[in-house]
Structure formats: structure tokens, C-alpha cells
Design a protein around this ligand. Structure first.
Ligand SMILES: *[C@@H]1O[C@H](CO)[C@@H](O)[C@H](O)[C@H]1NC(C)=O
Ligand SMILES: *[C@@H]1O[C@H](CO)[C@@H](O)[C@H](O)[C@H]1NC(C)=O
Ligand SMILES: *[C@@H]1O[C@H](CO)[C@@H](O)[C@H](O)[C@H]1NC(C)=O
Length: 427
């Protein structure tokens, strides 16, 4: 984590400011929502999901690095090849809601966003602060089958002279190119001059993820990596124009979920909505998660890494190594496999719930059904299908990454006031 951050801090150290005028959000006092629908013809791929998370946070797997299970045969990657590139995007309805697609059984969630009047399918990511898009300046081999942004077809596109961006990960995957601004419309809320990256080069790991045609970073603008200086995220630009400076996330497994900006829909949760404070100093939606319980066991203190971030752009929940060991101790025949960089278990094993304390006022319980992430291989002794856990180790890095496996269990409010996070039991 630290090397990843310091790398970006180096990138953004610059005294220059961009010549672009300040973006002007329009449409005061409104809210909008984006609906998400799940497709059923994809299969979640645990090893791909964890490699993506490791890349994003610069994590090198350290523990258990040479554990190869004798009786475990991972499925061939081909089994998981995604056959269709096109997200099943419905027309926006009259209230401005926009449907979107959960792909590969919740490996990621993508939403349609209009950029310069062109609809592109993007991944909303509270764990980063850059917006960038697949576009027609990339080689056609990188854009085949995608809905890509074509700056030439937009009358509102402007190139940002002297602006550039480069996203670079530990494993040398990268995306780089220039900066542009255009009208960005998410479900009817419009930022007229949103700055985003237009890569001219992307490495194969981005190309192989054909479901997402770019990211909308919803972390804090302080970690925006654009050069010669950080630019505001869509949320920071639109927040002053919203009824309330917040957005809510309701991610649903096997159902329709939504993001909603500008107001809290009280019909979406039951019981109390508990507001906990966020430490934004690292640019993430970070909070203390210092206690946990497995199943009906009593709460115990997290021994290694108690800070956590809420990250919609990571599919798994990466927890402190001591939490992951305590958890899988209660799962029959669970074992770590370095071949798939994660904990696996016979799919017939019963998974306990995991309770985590969020701040000192709220306890969230992730049911075992949400922890079961994907089928990953076969037990060569018994022939039984082996499953991949949605809870995995953060490999001792400085933060726990609470991704979609965690978020799907909750109704979550990302609130700039404080800043703070609100948590409640979803309806
Ligand atoms: C793991 O295996 C590699 C290569 O086989 C070896 O270089 C390394 O020392 C091993 N690590 C541990 C912790 O045993
Ligand atoms: C495979 O099955 C055997 C017998 O039940 C069990 O001991 C072993 O842990 C299983 N291995 C995996 C990877 O599930
Ligand atoms: C959460 O707490 C912050 C800081 O105290 C406050 O400004 C904000 O209004 C609260 N949010 C909600 C939804 O109550």
C-alpha cells in the first residue's frame, strides 16, 4: 500500500496547475440513481479477482507463498472466459435512473455513464480517484467489442494541453495517455467540465477485462494521479449541487442494486443508520475495524491490521491475516493454495458468518452465503468441487480492503460531511 501511494504522491508533486477552467456542476438540488442488474451467464473467477486487488494496492502475496495443495486441481482459465463484451444496458427511465450490469457473478459492477453524449460502461470505484475511459485513440485490438468513447464525435470534448496520466501497478500493468474534459452525465446529474484520462496505451490486464470500459474514481480527490496536478473527482464536482453531499451504495448479490447520489432513501434500510467517522488522510474511505467475531463466537480484537477501507472497486474482502486464519479455522477442510493465491474449501463446507466492528458504534455481519465467492477447482481425491472464499488475507499490507463481499451485506452512505460513512441493514 505504501509503495503504491508514495509512487502516486511523487507523480502529483508539481507546482503547475492545469489551464482548464474549474468544472461547473449544474442542476442544483437533485438526486439520481443508477440501478444495477445482474447477469446470470458469467461465473465469478476468484484468482482473477484477487490478482486485480493485489495489483490495485501494490500487494505482493507473502504468507504461505509455497503452499501447493496435492489434492486440488484449479479449473482451466478458459472455463471462465467471458463470452460477451456487451453490457445489457437498459434505457434510462423517466426518473433518470439508469440500469447497469453486475458481471461475472459480482466480480465487478458496471454502470452506464454518458460522456459527451456517448454512453460508456464504467466501474464505480471508491478505492481510487481517477476517471479514465477506453477510447478511439487506443489500438483497435484494445477496443474491439467495447463501447468506447470517441472524442471526435463529441462537440463538447476538449483536450487538456500538457495534461497526462499514467496508472501503474506493481506487476507492471499500466494505462497511460492524455487528459480531456467533457460533459459527464451520470443518471441525469451533469458535470459540464469533468476531467478524465484518455489512455493511448493500456496493458493486457486491462484489455482482458472486457466488461468495464474504464473507471469512475469515487475516492478523495487528493489521490487523483493526473499530471501536472490532481483533478477533482465527479463526486467532488457534483457534491455542492446535490441536496446532500453524499452518495449511497446498495450492492445486491443476485438482484438489482443501485447507487444513488444526493439523498438517503430511508426505504432502503431497516433499523438505525449508524454514522462513523472516516479518516480521509490517505485518500480512501478509511475507518477503524478493530474487532471481529466468527459465527457466534464473542468479539475479539484484530491483532495485525485494524484500519479498513470501503472499496466498491474490489470484489473481495481482504482482511487482517489473523482474522482470515481465525475464520477458516471454522471451515471444514479449508486450506490456502498458492496456485490460486487464496483460501479454498470443499463447496459443501458450511461457512460461518463474519462480524466486524465498524468504528465503535456498529457491528456488521456478513453472512456465510455472501462469503462463498466462486467455484475454483476440483478435489482430485474426492472429485468434489472446491470453492474460493470471498474473504481473503490482505497479506499484512497496511489496510484491510472491504470490497463488494462486505458492501453487499449493507446499505452504505458515503458522506462528505465529516467525512463519514453510514451503515445500516439493507431491506
Ligand atoms: C518458495 O519457492 C521459491 C522457488 O521455488 C523459493 O525461491 C523461495 O525461497 C520459497 N519460499 C519459501 C518461503 O519457502
Ligand atoms: C479433498 O478431500 C479430502 C478428503 O475429504 C480432504 O481431506 C482435503 O482437505 C480436500 N482438499 C481440498 C483442497 O478441498
Ligand atoms: C454523519 O456525521 C457527520 C459528521 O458529524 C455529519 O456532518 C453528517 O450529517 C452525518 N450524516 C448523517 C447522514 O447523519
Amino acid at each position: 500500500m505504501h509503495s503504491y501511494l508514495s509512487f502516486f504522491i511523487c507523480l502529483v508533486l508539481s507546482v503547475q496547475v492545469l489551464a482548464a477552467p474549474a468544472p461547473q456542476p449544474v442542476r442544483k438540488s437533485r438526486s439520481f440513481q443508477i440501478e444495477r442488474v445482474k447477469r446470470s451467464d458469467y461465473v465469478a473467477h476468484g484468482p482473477v479477482a484477487i490478482r486485480k486487488a493485489f495489483r490495485k494496492f501494490g500487494i505482493t502475496p507473502v504468507d504461505f507463498s509455497n503452499i501447493s495443495l496435492k489434492d486440488f486441481q484449479p479449473f482451466d482459465h478458459q472455463t471462465f472466459r467471458v463470452k460477451s463484451n456487451q453490457a445489457n444496458v437498459a434505457e434510462p427511465d423517466q426518473t433518470g435512473a439508469v440500469s447497469a450490469t453486475s458481471v461475472q457473478n459480482d466480480v465487478e459492477f458496471v454502470s452506464p455513464v454518458s460522456v459527451g453524449g456517448q454512453t460508456v460502461t464504467l466501474d464505480f470505484d471508491t478505492g481510487s480517484a481517477d476517471m479514465w475511459l477506453f477510447n478511439t485513440e487506443l489500438p483497435t485490438s484494445a477496443t474491439a467489442g467495447r463501447d468506447v468513447y470517441d472524442p471526435k464525435k463529441s462537440t463538447t470534448y476538449k483536450k487538456i494541453e500538457g495534461g497526462s496520466f499514467k496508472i501503474s501497478y506493481g506487476d507492471s500493468s499500466s494505462a497511460s495517455g492524455g487528459l480531456a474534459q467533457d460533459v459527464v452525465d451520470i443518471g441525469g446529474a451533469v458535470v459540464k467540465e469533468q476531467v478524465f484520462g484518455l489512455p493511448t496505451s493500456v496493458s493486457s490486464s486491462f484489455i482482458s477485462d472486457t466488461n468495464s470500459n474504464g473507471l469512475v474514481g469515487l475516492g478523495f480527490s487528493s489521490i487523483n494521479t493526473f499530471q501536472p496536478g490532481p483533478q477533482k473527482t465527479f463526486f467532488d464536482n457534483i457534491a455542492p449541487s446535490l441536496e446532500e453531499p453524499l452518495f449511497t451504495a446498495r450492492l445486491r448479490s443476485d438482484g438489482v442494486g443501485e447507487y444513488e447520489f444526493g439523498k438517503i432513501d430511508h426505504a432502503k434500510y431497516t433499523g438505525n443508520l449508524v454514522n462513523i467517522s472516516v479518516d480521509a488522510s490517505s485518500g480512501f474511505w478509511q475507518f477503524d475495524a478493530g474487532y471481529f467475531a466468527v459465527g457466534s463466537d464473542p468479539l475479539q480484537k484484530v491483532q495485525q491490521v485494524s484500519q479498513a477501507i470501503a472499496d466498491t472497486g474490489t470484489s473481495l474482502m481482504l482482511v487482517s491475516p489473523d482474522v482470515v486464519s481465525a475464520y477458516y479455522k471454522q471451515v471444514r477442510h479449508a486450506a490456502y493454495s498458492s496456485g490460486v493465491s487464496g483460501w479454498v474449501y470443499p463447496c459443501s463446507s458450511k461457512l460461518p458468518s463474519l462480524t466486524v466492528a465498524l468504528g465503535d458504534k456498529y457491528q456488521a455481519t456478513i453472512p456465510g452465503s455472501l462469503v462463498n465467492f466462486a467455484e475454483v477447482g476440483r478435489n482430485t481425491t474426492t472429485g468434489e468441487t472446491v470453492c474460493y472464499g470471498g474473504i481473503q488475507s490482505n497479506q499484512g499490507s497496511s489496510l484491510q480492503i472491504f470490497g463488494d463481499v462486505f458492501l453487499k451485506a449493507l446499505f452504505v452512505v458515503f458522506d462528505r460531511r465529516g467525512p463519514s460513512l453510514g451503515f445500516a441493514t439493507p431491506v
